[in-house]
Ligand binder design. Sequence first.
Ligand code: ATP
Length: 466
Amino acid sequence: MDALVSLSKRRGFIFQSSEIYGGTGSCWDYGPLGVELKQNIKRVWWRDYIQRRPDMMGLDASILMHPTVWKASGHVDNFTDPMVDCLECRRRFRADKIDETPWVHHCPATKGNKFTIPAGEPCSHCGVTRTPVEEDASLTYLRPETAQGIFVNFDNVLQSMRRKLPFGIGQIGKAFRNEITPGNFIFRTREFEQMEIEFFVNPLETVEGRPADEYWHERWIEDSMAWFRRYGLGEENLRLREHEADELAHYAKRTADIEYRFPIGWSELMGIANRTDFDLKQHAKFSGKALTYYDEERKEHVVPYVIEPSAGVDRALLAFLADAYREEEVRGEKRVVLRFHPELAPLKVAVLPLLKKREDIVRTAHAIRDELSKDWSVVYDDTAAIGRLYRRQDEVGTPYCVTVDVQTVGDQAKGEVGDGKVTIRDRNSMEQIRVPLEALGSVFRELLGGAAWASVAGRFERKGDG
Ligand code: ATP
């Protein structure tokens, strides 16, 4: 974890919030590369789940909501029902149930220090955060999850979009929780971002011989696992953990967590819950508005069941960062490399001039950067020797570098014309190929579109490793 925190700061991924003032506990800011990585995670999530699926739609609900929402959801009542996390066994307890259990916490301020929180003075967990915003003397809250914004808009979406069950609504947005034990870098913070889906199914239907909710729950578990694997998380670092009956939330029929082997050990990456018809019924009760679906086949109104795949953006980012991080030995030297999936990599291509004193080389390199940056995030760097520049790009996970050299542009003084080819270097294998300038766009479309390096490289002239 220390290596990740240090690399994140050094290379512009993640900074401590308000650092010049001594920092704010467990708050983090995403730097120039961190924000790209985060945007990429959200972008592929949105594309894969909202844009590409015919049964899904997006939403962007406001953070501040009517205060009764949190009464209906149960958050305000649970606020008085504080929970605590045991950092040693990673289980959560209701504070009033563990009077006789010795609980050990890491102090959020001093990190490694252990101390016992005196019984009778527990902090609230998952409590909604009260905001200083008070309207008409009624307290508003910062949402502790994005989910409720979806439930309260269920009928709006149903009516405006004319959907048939099953369908889902997805949302990405900030959430806030009064965590008692924030920490472990961006793993647990009081302000974080979620990518949540509420997938509504008809409880009267069966699919492949199973109740529709159970069928879809299983499908979403499989889909979610496959999604994390697709973008780079190792099979050996992912596992599913079913919630035991005694830890199931009161509304849930079944919940399964996808756990990741974080540097701090196996911990929740996302949760996939079958929330039954609890939320829609609660909001119908508290708002007085019917939140039902008319089943035309059966000629009756039903309250849909809902499957909720809920992932944290920051936690996913930490997992992708941890999984990508490698320390390798190359020709007797240590190389730190982030083996990001190309879609997640903050920078896709770095354009590097081999000689920064040669105006024609620099001009060509700038022109390449300008052209490629119409489609991808591309940087130009001439602030060090080439070996150093390659290592820098490895360390931030840039999948490809392009170098422009004398061979590319020729040497007018000697009457030599260039071959119009540049070198592309692959981050993972460090192999290099010579590619004609005019082919760069199409080659990167292939490579960044998911084509294997070997299948593309095979068509071009090889150069030694870089
Ligand atoms: P945990 O047990 O780790 O506190 P949770 O079960 O309370 O998580 P959910 O309510 O299921 O979490 O929220 C869904 C997802 O949101 C989590 O799987 C996690 O990725 C993310 N998440 C929840 N709380 C935090 C937090 N405080 N900081 C960062 N991410 C969080």
